[in-house]
Structure formats: structure tokens, C-alpha cells
Design a protein around this ligand. Structure first.
Ligand SMILES: Nc1ncnc2c1ncn2[C@@H]1O[C@H](COP(=O)(O)OP(=O)(O)OP(=O)(O)O)[C@@H](O)[C@H]1O
Length: 266
């Protein structure tokens, strides 16, 4: 039984260019009759960071994974996921192309058991890029974007698994950047990192947003408040409030949001 009404919602209209938009996205896992995610509509401003917050099991990761079709095998997804005028939630859409445009960084760093250099060049080579000079340039640019270049430029052929957890996570972001995505989805990317690595990751996000749109799931309220421009509050598979981060934390419109950001439940 929900403690808060699903009717009591607030959605801030986004008055800037959009990178992506969803309309009434619902997710039914397996043969569920009641969806785990209910009709989520949201606008993602371009070159901004949107944080998805809410208690455990509220549907944040379920929603995030829909945005680059990572839930395809798990059930039925209704609604529209609009990117550059195309509904990505349509069988005609090539999921591999979608994931080139919309990259994903996971909770635990998952570099390949290969060298630092090969982690970056793996996907570009699969897509047919053979020019060594171009590949070297991709390695340098993507590692610079995540502020890892200075730390690893003299040991690019060393195993990625020998890096620290924080370095591995930044390498994974660099790996996703090599395919030049426009949107980067991040599912609790700092949850396995120490405070210093977390702070470097947050700095990286601020650099990346000059050229990318970022959508991040986080349990860490301070992180959402520090890093994001917009915030969506999820509760039992519904989005109850979508607002500027400033207002979510200082002037929430919905009681459930206020209770959550004040630490009254979660
Ligand atoms: N693969 C799956 N199969 C069936 N149900 C699932 C699956 N993944 C998630 N769910 C269910 O969907 C609901 C939302 O889960 P989800 O992981 O999206 O929430 P969340 O807000 O990201 O939680 P957390 O913060 O704990 O990661 C939960 O009830 C969960 O049990």
C-alpha cells in the first residue's frame, strides 16, 4: 500500500533544448500484469545532468536501462523513447547503433581483461577503424576527457585490471566515449568508489557535460545535489516530482520528495 498518492505529482516544464524525451514509458517484467514502472514521461535537457533519485526498488535503474534498450530481453516496454525524432522503443531501431549514441556506465567498473589501450580501441576496431593514428588519437582524447591521461599515458599497455577502482571506472567512461556517444547513462557509478575517486568522477562529469548529456542514477543525495541540474524523484515505479535540482532540495513541491530528501525514509 503506497504511503503517498501517485496522483500528487509535479513536473517542471523544461525550457531548453532537449537531448531526449520519454512519453508514458511502462515496464512489465516477465509476464507481470502490473508494471514495475508506470507511464514515465520525462524531458532531458541537452548538455545537462539529470539525476534519478528515490528509494531502493522505486524503478530508477529499470527506467535508465530502457533509455538504450537494455531491458529488451526482460519483458515488455510500452511508450515512446524519443531521440532525434525517432522512437527508440520500436522494433525497427538498431539497438547497437542506439548504444553507440547512448552509452552506459555501470555500478561496478567492468574493464575488459586487456590493456588500458585495448579497452578504448576494442569497440572502434570492431566497427572497422584500423588507422593506428586515429586509434591513438581516440585513446588520448578519451583518456584526457576523464582526466586519466596524465596518470596512465606512460603505461597504456599495462592491464586495465591493475588500475585502482576509481581509475577503472574512469577508464570505463573513457571506453564508452571512444564511440562518441551523445548521451551517457550512469547507474550509480560512484557507489563502489572511495571519496577521492568519487570527487574525481564528479569533476569528470562536469567536464563531460560540455559535450554530452548525462543521466545518472544515484542513492547519494549529496552527489545528486552537487552534480545535477535536474532531478526526478521515483517512488514505487512512479515519478512523483521532476524539478530543478535546486528546487528538489530546497523547495520541493511534493511532500514525498520533501520527506525523502530530508532523510525521513529511504
Ligand atoms: N530483471 C528483473 N526482473 C523482475 N523484476 C525486476 C527486475 N529488475 C528489477 N525488477 C523489479 O522492478 C522494480 C524496480 O527495480 P529497480 O532495480 O529498477 O529499482 P531501483 O530504484 O533502481 O532500485 P535500487 O536503488 O535498489 O537499485 C523492483 O520491484 C524490482 O524488484
Amino acid at each position: 500500500m503506497a504511503e503517498y498518492s501517485f496522483e500528487d505529482t509535479y513536473t517542471l516544464p523544461v525550457k531548453e533544448p532537449l537531448a531526449m524525451q520519454t512519453k508514458n514509458v511502462s515496464v512489465y517484467y516477465g509476464k507481470q500484469e502490473t508494471p514495475s514502472l508506470h507511464q514515465v514521461s520525462m524531458d532531458f535537457a541537452e548538455n545537462k545532468i539529470t539525476a534519478l533519485i528515490g528509494p531502493s526498488g522505486s524503478g530508477k535503474s529499470t527506467y535508465l536501462r530502457c533509455l538504450n534498450r537494455m531491458n529488451d530481453e526482460l519483458g515488455r516496454i510500452d511508450g515512446e523513447i524519443l531521440y532525434r525524432g525517432i522512437n527508440l522503443n520500436s522494433p525497427q531501431v538498431n539497438v547497437y547503433e542506439t548504444r553507440r549514441e547512448i552509452g552506459m556506465v555501470f555500478q561496478h567498473p567492468n574493464p575488459f581483461a586487456k590493456s588500458i589501450r585495448e579497452n578504448i580501441t576494442f569497440a572502434p576496431k570492431l566497427y572497422g577503424i584500423k588507422d593506428q593514428q586515429k586509434l591513438d588519437q581516440m585513446v588520448e582524447e578519451s583518456l584526457k576527457s576523464v582526466a586519466l591521461w596524465d596518470e596512465v599515458k606512460d603505461s597504456l599497455d599495462r592491464s586495465a585490471l591493475s588500475l585502482s577502482g576509481g581509475q577503472q571506472q574512469r577508464l570505463c567512461i573513457a571506453r564508452s566515449l571512444a564511440m562518441d556517444p551523445k548521451i551517457i547513462l550512469m547507474d550509480e557509478p560512484a557507489s563502489a568508489l572511495d571519496p577521492i575517486s568519487t570527487s574525481k568522477l564528479e569533476e569528470t562529469m562536469q567536464t563531460l557535460k560540455k559535450d554530452h548529456t548525462i543521466i545518472i542514477v544515484t542513492h547519494n543525495m549529496q552527489q545528486a545535489a552537487r552534480c545535477s541540474d535536474y532531478c526526478a524523484f521515483f517512488y514505487l515505479g512512479h515519478v512523483l516530482e521532476f524539478n530543478s535540482t535546486k528546487d528538489i532540495f530546497s523547495n520541493p513541491k511534493i511532500k514525498a520528495t520533501n520527506d525523502y530528501v530530508s532523510g525521513n525514509f529511504g
